[in-house]
Write a protein that binds this ligand. Structure first.
Ligand code: MTE
Ligand code: HPA
Ligand code: MOS
Length: 771
């Protein structure tokens, strides 16, 4: 049985031996054209003219294209307000404007430098503060309201009125945006794209090229990481490759350089949140009034949904009786910000976790105690700011366990002692949580599909609506299918995702890839199994099998006595058994279908914005972390000495893969709140646009001691095989490192408030104020 086992990731050998094929690893096709893109030189204003004469003279350049060459030049995941190629009003610096087609990449690089774009420049807006001043918003969310916040605030013993800021984050997937577009006969187009959202890529490319959807197929074998950065933003680059392929009727390949990718694509949204909180002398929160502002950049992209998810996570894991939460997406002249692991959740939750540290300081109680008394309860204190009632909440038990396992009290005493001695080092300790809502908040996206084909040798090929980006969704679905047929996972091969096999797919996002597509795969297996069972039942009971009549899925008899296990099909009543391979052959010869397609939709969802109630989420994935950090007071350098993580992943489908997801997400979250800092020039040029200037965590930054454990939870009936989604939730636990930094600073400076990321520079500047 494969469920719950540590089956190795189906690409792990390929990845470490370098044989996994990513888009740009695909062998060149005869006649293939290389595609490059040039962006505008200013952040705001209008394009006056584009001169490509000098570029066209470069040997090997065969064409230069602009917006005028596209049939349709508007795209956007929610609001279609973004041009694929800008032709008039400029959104941001380096915004794609010109596409170059070349016989080789050397010519391409040469020509890119020779494109001249003349612009009328106007004063750009780069900051949230400026956008607020100008009241320039792309979206204003419907507020979340519970109770009477003003009254509750005025009745509170203590109040804090302040703001919290967190920065953006580069996705830093190792594989840049890439697509190969191959023209087929009759104007059809095949796309091999590094996209989390093959259906949207198909649609955007079809529209851009003036093709009906059935003439465009998007195929995704795998991505070299996506992290949200390829949910919406893969599509416009695919359209550029498609444009060239169509113009020349030759295959065309685009694979952005790291620098182009970093400068042209959107990142995590920076947020600035203003709030007033009320609490009592024990630190119990009584009311919260918060106004959230994100830097959406130049276009809408997914910003509205991201803002809403930030609002959905402002509570982190704590009950707040009276609330008023508003959210606005600021329009700026920055790259259009987009999905990134957590999708606004981290920006909301960190605001609260940061705030808890401040409350603890005001009331003079250890922050872990303040957290404990504010946690959502069971049966009481369980209504969220958006009116969803939290059931099955293991946060209390998880807290007890992690405080004990991490030896929190002992560590606290050690930190106190350690910090008494001024030896140039100061330590900090923190506990914090993740309670991540699982479901797309746009209800219609909560659907998945799968196609499962059983071959005559007993092996299976399957493809689903999910795309593989390293997270292991294919391996998990491989396990689900193998389990369903009682065969070994090696007999199941997950094939590339393709819009030809699964249509109208949702993006692989919101951590729900295996929840929805895994459930669809299971349904598809059940359909095939039912046909096999009906056939075998008739065969074993001596009924004449009528192969003219199709075996219908509405057969009403009981088939539960027929089981699939260890490569056999067994009738536990009659004790008949047959090898699965034999059963398949017999079924085939009797003209029984061995293929299955299924569609799955998540039940019981529905958030009513106007009433601020209902079920926004299917369930929550919970986690807790304790982090111990040490800061060098002379350099501001940070070391994470110890991290303990406890996750609630229900019954994990593959604990090994999930452990990888938990550690990876935590480290990525830690990077966001510590080292990862986006620097821009005063013209808006991203200065940190390569690995030399943008620092993601490396092996030295990982916790010296790193313990990851899962609680036992068999109760989650909301997801396939009682598992829980894992991809994004542990990202939020990275915030524990931020809280631990604040805790360390508390021992040395009166004002320990710091904005995220708490870089070494910011830390040392804080500490120097102490002397
Ligand atoms: N893990 C790896 N290795 N690479 C990725 O790009 N993306 C994350 C997460 N884990 C990502 C990853 C994000 S943002 C999401 S939403 C989920 O995986 C998507 O996959 P799932 O829904 O199958 O978990
Ligand atoms: N999460 C992630 N991606 C999304 C969502 C969401 O809630 N909605 C649309 N794309
Ligand atoms: Mo993940 S940000 O939902 O792709």
């Amino acid at each position: 049985m494969s469920i719950g086992k540590n089956i190795i990731h189906d690409s792990s050998r390929g990845h470490v031996t370098g044989t996994s094929v990513f888009v740009d690893d695909r062998a060149a096709i005869t006649g293939e054209i290389q595609v490059g893109v040039v962006g505008v030189p200013v952040a705001a204003g209008r394009i006056k003219s584009i001169n490509s004469k000098r570029a066209e003279l470069v040997e090997g350049i065969i064409g230069v294209f602009t917006a005028a060459d596209l049939q349709h030049n508007q795209w956007g995941a929610i609001v279609k307000n973004q041009p694929i190629l800008v032709s008039d009003v400029i959104g941001y610096i380096h915004e794609p404007a010109v596409v170059i087609a070349a016989e080789n990449r050397i010519a391409l690089e040469k020509a890119k430098k020779l494109i001249e774009i003349e612009c009328d420049e106007v004063k750009p807006t780069f900051s949230i503060d400026e956008a607020i001043k100008n009241e320039d918003f792309l979206y204003e969310a419907t507020p979340f309201v519970q109770g009477d916040v003003d009254k509750a605030l005025s009745n509170s013993e203590h109040r804090l009125k302040q703001s919290f800021e967190c920065g953006g984050q580069e996705h830093f997937y190792l594989e840049s945006q890439a697509t190969i577009a191959i023209p087929l006969e009759n104007g059809q187009m095949e796309l091999h794209s590094s996209s989390q959202h093959p259906s949207e890529t198909q649609h955007v490319v079809a529209q851009a090229l003036g093709l009906p959807y059935h003439h465009v197929t998007c195929i995704v074998k795998r991505m070299g990481g996506g992290f949200g950065g390829k949910e919406s933003q893969a599509a416009p680059f695919a359209a550029m490759a498609g444009l060239v392929a169509q113009k020349f009727n030759r295959p065309a390949r685009i694979a952005l350089s790291k620098d182009d990718d970093m400068m042209m694509t959107g990142k995590r949204h920076p947020f600035k949140n203003f709030y007033e909180v009320g609490f009592d002398s024990k630190g119990k929160i009584t009311a919260l009034k918060a106004d959230l502002f994100s830097d959406a950049g130049a276009y809408a992209d997914l910003s509205s949904s991201i803002m809403e998810r930030a609002m959905f996570h402002i509570d982190s894991a704590y009950y707040i009786p009276d609330v008023l939460i508003t959210g606005k997406c600021c329009k700026t002249n920055n790259h259009s910000n987009t999905a990134f692991r957590g999708f606004g959740g981290p920006q909301g939750a960190l605001t609260m976790e940061d705030l808890i540290e401040d409350i603890a300081k005001v009331v003079g109680i250890d922050a872990s105690e303040v957290r404990k008394i504010n946690l959502y309860g069971q049966g009481i204190n369980n209504r969220t700011p958006y009116g969803q009632i939290i059931d099955h909440n293991p946060l209390k038990e998880m807290t007890e366990k992690i405080l004990k396992d991490s030896q929190y009290s002992k560590l606290r005493k050690e930190v106190e002692e350690f910090n008494k001695i001024k030896n140039g080092k100061v330590r900090g300790l923190a506990l914090s949580y993740t309670k991540f809502g699982i479901a797309f908040t746009a209800k219609f996206l909560n659907q998945g599909s799968a196609l499962v084909n059983l071959h005559l040798d007993g092996t299976i090929q399957a493809s689903t609506g999910a795309t593989e980006m390293g997270q292991g969704v294919n391996t998990k679905i491989q396990q689900i299918i193998a389990h369903a047929f009682g065969i070994s996972p090696e007999s199941v091969q997950l094939m590339a995702t393709s819009t030809e096999k699964n249509h109208n797919t949702s993006p692989t996002a919101a951590s729900s890839g295996s929840d929805i597509n895994g459930a669809a795969a299971l349904k598809a297996c059940e359909k095939i199994k039912k046909r096999l069972c009906v056939f075998l039942h008739k065969h074993w009971s001596g009924e004449v099998f009528n192969d003219v009549k199709e075996i219908e899925l509405d057969f009403e008899g009981d088939l539960s006595h027929i089981e699939f296990r260890d490569g056999l099909v067994v009738d536990t009543n009659s004790k008949n058994e047959i090898k699965l391979t034999e059963a398949i052959k017999m079924a085939y010869l009797n003209r029984v279908s061995l293929g299955g397609y299924a569609h799955f939709k998540t039940e019981n969802l529905g958030f009513d914005k106007s009433k601020c109630e209902g079920r926004a989420f299917n369930y929550f994935t919970n986690g807790a972390a304790v982090c111990l950090v040490e800061i060098d007071e002379y350099t501001g350098e940070l070391k994470v000495l110890k991290t303990d993580i406890l996750m609630d992943l229900g019954r994990p489908l593959n604990p090994g893969i999930d452990k990888g997801q938990v550690t990876g997400a935590f480290i990525q979250g830690m990077g966001w709140v510590t080292h990862e800092n986006l620097f821009y020039s005063d013209k808006g040029v991203l200065l940190s646009h390569s690995p030399t200037t943008y620092k993601i965590p490396n092996i030295q930054d990982t916790p010296r001691e790193f313990n990851v454990e899962f609680i036992e939870n068999h109760e989650n009936q909301q997801a396939v095989h009682r598992s829980k989604a894992v991809g994004e939730p542990p990202f939020l636990l990275g915030g524990t490192v931020f809280c631990a930094i604040k805790d360390a600073l508390r021992y040395r400076v009166a004002d320990n408030r710091i904005t995220s990321p708490a870089t070494n520079e910011k830390i040392i500047m804080k500490l120097q104020k102490a002397t």
